[in-house]
Design a protein. Structure first.
Length: 376
């Protein structure tokens, strides 16, 4: 019997969490909602960390107003909570540190670990809740051996990739009401209810910060150090505007398409932080883009480690890749796979067995056989 079971829902001002709130009510739960404010978008910082103000539309205020409209319509009490310090200390600082190391981080995974399923849960404890809920596309199966994170019905929207580092304890009292719906069904429910968020586009960009000119945004915090853009044989092509602004496999934004004796587009095929060199080649399938071995660090794993028939994703929406995993210690492993393109240091390697998401770690060093790829 779900009546009087209390659920604290993260209500973001988007259509997914709005419909999640409605579905929980329909299932008989007593629902309260929390809007998380994690970024002060009226503040920026110079390179010395001094705050500087600039004018822009505050997307978070728009989101909060939309969340309030939904909460009012559904008769749900809405709390507005600041996690700005937690976000800065535990997510954004890591994000910057990884870029300093010339890696390509994924802040959405850390957002879930540190904010949505840690700071949020700690705050929700004040409400004496039975469950917390989010509008993610995922499923949690509760078993006698603990909760199991499962893919969503809508594989195109499945978000287990971003939830992959959650620990078993964080999943023990979590509900994902959208796990067995596809996006079209969620939109239809919102439109039938005439919710304020029914036609609102999905959020994109940096977690909790949103869409921005990424290079300009990053330059507020990290100095861009120009250097040489060359081919792998050392042939100079042009000057780059900071290694942190490029990622392995990137094509757009290089400013060299159709030049330097080639009508083909050019691609980033490597980086060297020590010499501040960006390597490019006019071949989207250049051999240097491919690898078959990687070291994965900071692995969080749920359940038995002695498992075969593993697959992994190195990027969100990537098709599953068959892998062989050998543990080096409790949190590090080496994985082997057939040639895969643009496996990038700093990104997540998320492990699956069928529809079960077992955990994830972060790509550290990438190899083709025993040759280290110059990716960082």
């Amino acid at each position: 019997m779900k009546k009087n079971k209390k659920v604290i829902l993260g209500l973001s001002g988007g259509v997914d969490s709005s419909v999640a709130a409605y579905l929980l009510q329909q299932q008989g739960y007593d629902v309260e909602a929390v809007f998380m404010r994690n970024w002060d978008s009226t503040l920026n910082s110079d390179l010395k960390g001094n705050p500087t103000r600039f004018n822009e539309i505050c997307e978070q205020e728009i989101d909060f107003n939309d969340a309030k409209k939904v909460a009012d319509k559904l008769g749900i009490k809405l709390h507005k909570i600041d996690f700005i310090k937690e976000y800065w200390d535990n997510v954004f600082t890591y994000f910057l540190d990884e870029y300093r190391k010339n890696r390509t981080p994924n802040p959405d995974i850390l957002c879930n670990n540190e904010i949505k399923f840690k700071a949020f849960i700690n705050h929700a404890s004040k409400f004496d809740f039975d469950y917390i809920a989010m509008g993610h596309y995922a499923n949690v199966k509760q078993t006698e051996n603990g909760p199991i994170l499962m893919r969503a019905k809508d594989l195109n929207k499945d978000q287990t990739y971003f939830l992959s580092q959650l620990e078993t304890k964080q999943l023990e009292k979590v509900l994902f009401p959208l796990g067995n719906l596809n996006k079209e069904e969620v939109r239809e429910i919102a439109q039938k209810l005439n919710l304020a968020t029914a036609t609102k586009k999905d959020s994109t960009g940096i977690c909790f910060i949103g869409e921005r000119n990424f290079s300009d945004f990053l330059s507020n915090y990290l100095p861009a150090k120009k250097g040489n853009m060359t081919r792998l044989d050392g042939t100079f092509v042009k000057e780059h505007y900071g290694l942190m602004n490029y990622t392995i496999g990137q094509r757009k934004g290089l400013g060299i398409g159709g030049s330097h004796d080639s009508l083909e587009a050019w691609y980033v095929v490597g980086k060297d932080l020590k010499t501040n060199t960006l390597f490019v080649e006019p071949d989207k399938n250049h051999p240097h883009l491919f690898s078959n071995k990687a070291i994965i660090k900071d692995i969080k794993w749920r359940g038995n480690k002695d498992i075969s028939n593993l697959t992994a994703k190195f990027r969100y929406r990537q098709a599953d890749i068959n892998i062989k995993l050998e543990w080096l210690n409790d949190t590090e492993a080496v994985i082997y796979y057939d040639n895969v393109k643009a496996v990038t240091p700093g990104q997540a390697c998320v492990f699956y067995q069928g529809d079960i998401c077992l955990g994830s770690g972060f790509i550290d060093t990438v190899y083709h056989n025993d040759e280290i790829r110059k990716y960082s």
